[in-house]
Ligand binder design. Structure first.
Ligand code: ARG
Length: 592
């Protein structure tokens, strides 16, 4: 594993910690050095104020002692004790500019590849066959895709797994209903003319009709159950209907992935049916190892601390009394496959937080079975719920689930309005292209800038806006940087270089220090699995650029050196924004 290149912020913290180790009693030396960015200096630490009493010194005296140590660090220009005992730390412009210069020369922008020894399975999206992909699947799909990109960029070997819900007793019901109602169209070739929706909308409707009959009509229920037996026994006619249903659904999922610019392909699908041939073997192994307990005819796993409201232990149901396997058995087979065959050492499950008990029990069962060694880390990367704009559960007016495709259409319409309003003279072609890029970017950024465990409201008009913390604002900032670089080029004045020796203006320092944080930010996402850290960082970067642009003339700078240095700042900011947005799966256009 490559060691991480520390950001200057980390270096400053380390220098204050080292000063503490030299100057303080051993039991205080390990305290947090309390380093923050500051308006008065590059960084400020108030550790002397917080520890003075315990050391038995006046805060200013303690600060002076620490300051003597910190000022010896090679990247520090000066340290000043201010007010009641703050340490104000100013960095060397030369060191700052040298670091930026190295980043600009590196196509990887100085990002440390800390994940090189990792093989990571990312299980994400996981929509269900014969059902519309709805807004609930959006979060897993977008968060998972960002993690795949970021971990891969940091050197991990990433294996995408789309755990599609393509197997189960519900298919008996659906297929039986379809056989009994051949007049109801559902194949895409038939429904394109008959309905405005897709094959999956038709299947979704048939599925609901089948469910209603199943609940109301005992004779149908009986036939549906026999159909499950036929499916499991491999009956030709039944299996071929199932295959067709799966194929129609997967095509619809791929259309959505393509529209969203998500990396998932048909090769990444390892759905529930993929594990079907392995389930018996998994159960046998669990049984031999004494992990399973028989309870009312079913095979279960129990945990002392997992109990229902009645205080009875809640089991993980592995095999039902009738011999059928469920969701848990499939996930146990998947975890064994991912560790033993895919040889992953990190298993990520980007799935709704409401499944946390399921994953907790699956992970613990796998550990009991010996499938998880110390070198394998399973993580349920939980996500919260998306609500409607009113903050309540997201439903259509008639109470149905909201189709993802409809939401994207909505965002696209809104983006066209906003783009046309910003530039009424925009050409039709550019409007089309921009609205597409802006709407998808807006939806993705709204998702990825929210902490993944929080619930949020899907509010298209807030997402698609040129101002505020939005994807459109970030894309727009990128186009402004691209535009200034074009102008420099046209004026044959595009010499760009970081020139150690220059004195930086406050807005330049602010931007420079942020650029220095890119690698640390990406690596923080890799360890916390929280893409919103990157999304938030990019917004800060765009804001700092805007401030820089307003306060520091670039093309009309006072000297050729200052212009070259500012153009280098523009370039590195543009490249960092483009790469950072790209890692969130968001396009960074040059014009819009
Ligand atoms: N199909 C499931 C659902 O819609 C998600 C699958 C998540 N992945 C897994 N390995 N269980 O809830």
């Amino acid at each position: 594993m490559t060691d991480q290149v520390r950001s200057l912020a980390d270096e400053v913290s380390a220098a204050v910690s080292a000063a503490m180790a030299a100057a303080l009693p051993v039991e205080l030396a390990g305290e947090d050095p309390l380093v923050r960015r500051s308006d008065r200096a590059d960084f400020q630490s108030n550790v002397a104020l917080s520890l003075a009493k315990r050391v038995g010194q006046a805060p200013r005296d303690l600060a002076a002692t620490l300051s003597d140590h910190v000022s010896t660090a090679p990247f520090v220009a000066s340290v000043e004790v201010s007010g009641p005992g703050f340490l104000n730390i100013i960095l060397s412009d030369t060191v700052l500019l040298e670091r930026l210069s190295a980043r600009l020369e590196d196509p990887h922008l100085g990002v440390s590849r800390t994940q090189e020894s990792q093989r990571v399975v990312v299980d994400y999206s996981g929509p269900n066959v014969a059902k519309e992909m709805h807004v609930g699947h959006l979060r897993s799909t977008l968060i998972g895709d960002a993690l795949v990109r970021i971990l891969g960029h940091l050197g991990a070997e990433v294996v995408r797994q789309n755990h599609v819900g393509d197997w189960g007793t519900q298919f008996g019901m659906l297929i039986q209903h379809i056989f009994e109602h051949p007049e109801q169209p559902w194949r895409s070739a038939d429904v394109e003319q008959a309905l405005t929706g897709t094959a999956v909308s038709a299947l979704d409707a048939l599925y609901r009709a089948a469910r209603a009959r199943f609940d109301a009509d005992p004779a149908f229920k009986e036939r549906a159950q026999q159909r499950v037996v036929a499916l499991q026994a491999g009956d030709d006619e039944t299996v071929s209907a199932w295959r067709e249903i799966v194929a129609e659904s997967e095509e619809a999922f791929q259309r959505i992935y393509k529209r969203l610019g998500v990396l998932l392909t048909p090769d990444d699908v390892a759905g529930e049916s993929f594990y079907n041939p392995r389930l018996q073997d998994v159960v046998d192994e669990l049984r031999t190892k004494g992990v399973l307990v028989e309870s009312e005819g079913a095979l279960c796993v129990f945990f002392d601390d997992v109990r229902g409201p009645d205080d009875k232990p809640t089991p993980l149901l592995v095999q039902k009394r009738d011999g059928g396997f469920g969701y848990a058995a499939t996930d146990l087979a998947a975890i064994r496959y991912r560790t033993q065959e895919l040889k992953a050492n990190r298993l990520l499950y980007v799935v709704d937080a409401r499944q946390s008990q399921h994953f907790d029990m699956v992970f613990r069962t796998a550990a009991r079975a010996g499938w998880l060694t110390d070198s394998v880390e399973p993580v349920h990367v939980q996500n919260g719920t998306i609500n409607g704009p009113d903050g309540r559960p997201f439903k259509t007016r008639s109470g149905g689930t909201v189709r993802l495709a409809d939401l994207l259409d909505d965002a696209l319409r809104r983006a066209r309005e906003v783009v046309a309003e910003k530039d009424p003279s925009v050409s039709a072609d550019l409007l089309d292209a921009t609205a597409e890029i802006a709407s998808v970017g807006a939806v993705k950024y709204a998702e990825l800038s929210t902490s993944r465990t929080r619930d949020y409201a899907f509010d298209v008009s807030r997402m698609v806006s040129f101002s505020g913390q939005t994807g459109v604002y970030l894309q727009y900032t990128h186009t402004r940087i691209a535009s200034i670089l074009r102008k420099a080029h046209e004026a044959a004045a595009d010499d760009y270089r970081f020139l150690p020796g220059l004195t930086l203006q406050p807005a330049e320092r602010e931007l420079a220090l942020l650029l220095d944080e890119f690698s640390a930010t990406l690596n923080a996402v890799a360890s916390t699995l929280e893409p919103h850290r990157l999304a938030g960082y990019l917004y800060e970067l765009a804001t700092a650029y805007t401030y820089f642009y307003e306060s520091c003339p670039v093309l009309k700078a006072d000297s050729a050196e200052v212009r070259a240095n500012r153009l280098a700042l523009c370039r590195l900011t543009g490249a960092t924004l483009a790469q950072g947005l790209g890692l969130l799966g968001i396009t960074a256009p040059s014009r819009m």
